[in-house]
Design a protein around this ligand. Sequence first.
Ligand code: NAD
Length: 494
Amino acid sequence: MTTITPEREAELLASVPTGLLIDGEWRDASDGGTFDVHDPSTGRVLATLASATSEDAVAALDAADAAQAAWARTAPRERAEILRRAFDLVTARSEDFALLMTLEMGKPLAEARGEVVYGAEFLRWFSEEAVRDYGRYVTTPEGKNKILVQRKPLGPCLLITPWNFPLAMATRKVGPAVAAGCTMVLKPAKLTPLTSQLFAAVLLEAGLPAGVLNVVSSKSASGISGPLMQDPRLRKVSFTGSTPVGRQLLKDAADNVLRTSMELGGNAPFIVFEDADLDRAVEGAMAAKMRNMGEACTAANRFLVQASVAEEFTRRFAEAMGRLVPGRGTEASTTVGPLIDGGAREDVHALVTAAVEAGAEAVTGGAPIDGDGFFYQPTVLAGVPNDAEILRQEIFGPVAPVTTFETEEEAVKLANASEYGLASYLYTADYNRMFRVAEQIEFGMVGFNAGVISNAAAPFGGVKQSGLGREGGAEGIAEYTTTQYIGIADPYAV
Ligand code: NAD
């Protein structure tokens, strides 16, 4: 494994465009404003980017709107090949993308490499989906007229992404929008915009025409979304982020009746039945909890373990958590990085402290780690009362609360006792139980003896307050199209 030197970091950072991408050109902000991007493992400034104003956002939409008609008419194969070239370019530069994500987000390099593979796959998947758009032409039931159904690109879209998966959250939206023939204004999270900046440069290199993708990184999120969502030229907002912001955007979207895709928060139950293979369950628990240091919407947030195996599962799980090595993501020995910022770490610790005060026991961890960066000890809490706040909120950190149940019925009830319904995990040797529980739990996704289920070919998304719509799979492209029906008169009658 190559050592990451400060020179390598500096060279990579210098290759990232720092401007706004509007109509194929990198520009400064209209008011000359900028903002800094930090390394969460050191607190040091990595780069200074132009900070888009509302005026810049409107200029980006002007460009998207001007490009839309011609872009919608391009051959699906042409759009597919741009995406395929982008897949090849991202893959060829996978070490750059991985290091950039590690620098701005903190995840260990090995995980960042995994995200490059996952994120790039949306480009390949949607390059394949771009040419698989099936309409229909059928005779009406009474046998006279014809029904022609076609799908058309929706039009200019606003894409808003979170900080936790800087590449995958962008490719999961940009990929299907390009495939469908939509133009875009992308607003990355201000904490981790560098990956999107580099990704946009790669898309231009792959041949994406000017104006199709515009990128407006900004320190003011609502300064971008506000004017765009009031603009009648915008057709859709696709948002990934927290439920409170999603709710607000849904309200804002109502004014112009915008199409929306909302990938919001989660509170994933990880259910372990007594017949489960405990080694696999612990391995799955580590993946479901610790991917991205627990800063994932799919992160296992509540470990519901059948009482007869709870002690054994908790012991083995705590041992595995205790073996993790916190550190800067660029170090080869690091298996868990820092949290994104000081506020995030305080929130995690407040939940842990309240759970311990309510009677939980910290089997391992339970405290912040002193020193540079926002590190928190990997933590397992046993005996967490069922009404503890930590079981209700997204923890977004390396903390695993364990609680117990006696019967399958109780497990289902506890799992469903949440306003969220994104990912869930189920460990059992019994396939009948898997189907039975999957029928009853209100979650958009179920991992059966599997701790990581995200895949570009699968429909990702939630129910209840975890959101609306799906990303990935065949469903992903439909989010960027509208259905048009043409009724054709009886050909014998004319
Ligand atoms: P966030 O809601 O704070 O921010 C998400 C994005 O919205 C950022 O780009 C931010 O700048 C922007 N934003 C914030 N306030 C806004 C406003 N008033 N108007 C318009 N835009 C606004 O979320 P975050 O902290 O970046 O990400 C973590 C959250 O994202 C967690 O809740 C996590 O579960 C969720 N998430 C969901 C999925 C999913 O697919 N369901 C995936 C990843 C993350």
